[in-house]
Design a protein around this ligand. Structure first.
Ligand code: ADP
Ligand code: MG
Length: 259
């Protein structure tokens, strides 16, 4: 069995009196590629924050492999795009704390350009982050996380608000990174577009509802417990496809009304 890099034992987390995570136990191996799935407010971001160590568990225990290097890609919606900063500054920012682009060393500048090339962003270092497409912006934040050569890359909703081709691009990039030896944990509420492509998903709603490969985990019973709504599951090419039953009902009613 592969060595575990992060382990949760009965972890709960709260914001004041709000219980956001309850009694979560999970094990993350060094070669893990895991999607955390659940509706809005189910505790996905909180789970990632506890995993990263920026938020403490109120109960239970989090164990990280010593010396574990973590990279974090925030949700695009949480970024202030008016902040006057260039692509290269975003990538190098945390490394050269307080030192801005013109004052970074030649070596740092080369390292920044290398990671930008790796993500297909070559030559964009001097651009303002606002002047990029959604997919490019997402890659800038992945570049920033990779700059520190993490063992574990944590991404919060990496495909929310991006179009189909960007979603494919991000998924390919993550598969490449995983093949190069980086463990990946991401959160998503996109079951068909993202989660069902991953080798392992964990459904959460405060607690862990199910944990395993998509075909084993994505079923009507687990989905109803996770999302609180009825859903149907079909299978296509060895992958589960989730069909929202409410949509089906609505289209049936609309067709029935003759409009
Ligand atoms: P998700 O990422 O799945 O949408 P979150 O982890 O952000 O869920 O939130 C889980 C719960 O914790 C929700 O009920 C949310 O309202 C609450 N919560 C999240 N962040 C805060 C915060 N900073 N202060 C108070 N409550 C919060
Ligand atoms: Mg969230």
């Amino acid at each position: 069995m592969t060595e575990s890099i992060v382990r949760f034992d009965g972890v709960s987390a709260t914001y004041g009196r709000i219980l956001a995570l309850e009694n979560v136990s999970l094990d993350l191996p060094a070669n893990g590629f895991v999607g955390i799935v659940g509706p809005s407010g189910s505790g996905k971001t909180t789970l990632l924050r506890v995993l990263l160590g920026v938020m403490h568990a109120s109960h239970g225990k989090v164990t990280r492999k010593s010396g574990l290097r973590l990279g974090y890609v925030p949700q695009v919606e949480s970024v202030d795009w008016n902040f006057p900063v260039t692509v290269a500054e975003v990538v190098g920012m945390t490394r050269s704390a307080g030192r801005w682009w013109p004052r970074t060393t030649d070596q740092e500048r080369n390292e920044i350009e290398t990671v930008l090339c790796q993500l297909g962003l070559e030559g964009l270092g001097e651009r303002h982050i606002r002047e990029l497409s959604g997919g490019q912006q997402q890659r800038v934040f992945i570049a920033r996380a990779l700059f520190h050569k993490p063992d574990l890359l944590v991404l919060d909703e990496p495909t929310s608000g991006v179009d189909v081709s960007t979603r494919h691009e991000i998924l390919h990039l993550l598969v490449d990174l995983h093949e190069s030896g980086v463990a990946i944990v991401l959160s998503t509420h996109d079951l068909n577009g993202l989660a069902s492509h991953l080798p392992r998903i964990i459904c959460v709603n405060k607690g862990v509802i199910a944990d395993g490969p998509p075909l084993a985990v994505i079923n009507p019973e687990v989905l109803e417990r996770t999302y609180g709504a009825p859903m149907q599951v079909l299978e296509h090419g060895g992958m589960p496809i989730v069909v929202d039953q409410l949509e089906h009902t609505i289209s049936h009613r609309l067709r029935g009304s003759g409009k």
